[in-house]
Design a binder for this molecule. Structure first.
Ligand code: C2E
Ligand code: MG
Ligand code: MG
Ligand code: MG
Length: 293
């Protein structure tokens, strides 16, 4: 009986696997069509200074907008796009789009933009040239662009890491900045913070204290912030959802933050409105008061 049950389970498992595989293939077909057919959008989420909550930068976050359906977040399709190599074309499109959207923001308000770059893109020997072309076409200065990579990209040894290092060094020489995304979740090694071409550390959301009394988390965050600051890196806290967290991070010396407490990722038009509003409030507080009289 046990043997029969085992066999049944194996069949169920096999059917589930086939179903998963079929789902994946269907997803890939739809993604491929979507890349050709304009079904993606770039949303923007502000990154603020913790001193005054001013949006100094925005992160570009891709969304899939299948016609007649709600937007699909990247966690559901980036892994498939990575495995299939489709991420290279999609990532280039996001980079060009983000530079084009950010160029007028930067001209008006000095806003900078950060763009996620996948390991597959950095394995492409032409990535540096493509990134410089995106800047050139948009008129965005290189210094207004930050590329976000995850820890594993540069730490892994081998040809791909070497290629990635060449791209990031070349782009940094042009003024582009490099951020380590989701810091603390990967193959963290302290030596690479010293040795690699990076400018910014984004502290992963999993380090956010649940509330201001969560001292264990606070100790970790303080250590990361002190280390990064000592090495001349800018620190950005990810996933800040409450005023308490923002206050604590500020007290710990963290410079910047990103999270639902400040703003959610929004489409380009809404981002323009938010940035304009922040600039008006910030730069002309007296003039705004007079208008209200
Ligand atoms: P990420 O780069 O770490 O981006 C931050 C993610 O955290 C975003 O999820 C953002 O919406 C979410 N987030 C922001 N504030 C909060 C908060 O207060 N609470 C919570 N719970 N979440 C918050 P999103 O947009 O779903 O993106 C997920 C991941 O997909 C990104 O993580 C990034 O790794 C990847 N991704 C997004 N766009 C691109 C892209 O254009 N290219 C590549 N290669 N990856 C991308
Ligand atoms: Mg990111
Ligand atoms: Mg992140
Ligand atoms: Mg993260």
């Amino acid at each position: 009986a046990a043997k029969a049950a085992g066999k049944d389970q194996a069949i169920v498992f096999d059917v589930a696997m086939r179903q998963e595989q079929a789902d994946r293939i269907r997803l890939l077909e739809r993604l491929r069509a979507a890349v050709d057919g304009d079904e993606f959008a770039v949303y923007y989420q502000p990154i603020v200074t913790l001193d005054d909550a001013y949006p100094v930068a925005v992160e570009a976050l891709v969304r899939w907008l299948p016609p007649g359906r709600p937007p699909v977040g990247p966690d559901l399709f980036i892994p498939a796009a990575e495995d299939s190599g489709l991420i290279v074309a999609l990532g280039e499109w996001v980079l060009r789009r983000a530079c084009a959207d950010a160029a007028p923001w930067h001209r008006r308000w000095g806003t900078t933009v950060t763009v996620n770059v996948s390991p597959r893109q950095l394995a492409d020997p032409h990535f540096t040239v493509k990134a410089l072309a995106a800047l050139e076409a948009s008129g965005l200065p290189a210094a207004a662009l930050t590329l976000e990579i995850t820890e594993g990209v540069l730490v892994r040894s081998g040809a791909h890491a070497a290629q990635a290092l060449l791209h990031l060094s070349a782009l940094r020489a042009e003024g582009v900045r490099v951020a380590i995304d989701d810091f603390g979740t990967g193959y963290s090694s302290l030596a690479y913070l010293r040795d690699l071409p990076i400018d910014v550390l984004k502290i992963d959301r999993s380090f956010m204290p649940a509330d201001d009394a969560d001292t264990q988390q606070a100790v970790l965050v303080r250590a990361i912030v002190d280390l990064a600051t000592g090495l001349g890196l800018t620190t950005v806290a990810e996933g800040v959802e409450t005023a308490g967290q923002a206050g604590l991070l500020r007290a710990l010396g963290c410079q910047r933050a990103q999270g639902y407490h400040f703003a959610r990722p929004v489409p380009v038009e809404n981002a323009t409105e938010q940035l304009a509003l922040a600039a008006n409030v910030q730069v002309h507080p007296v003039a705004a008061d007079q208008h209200n009289d």
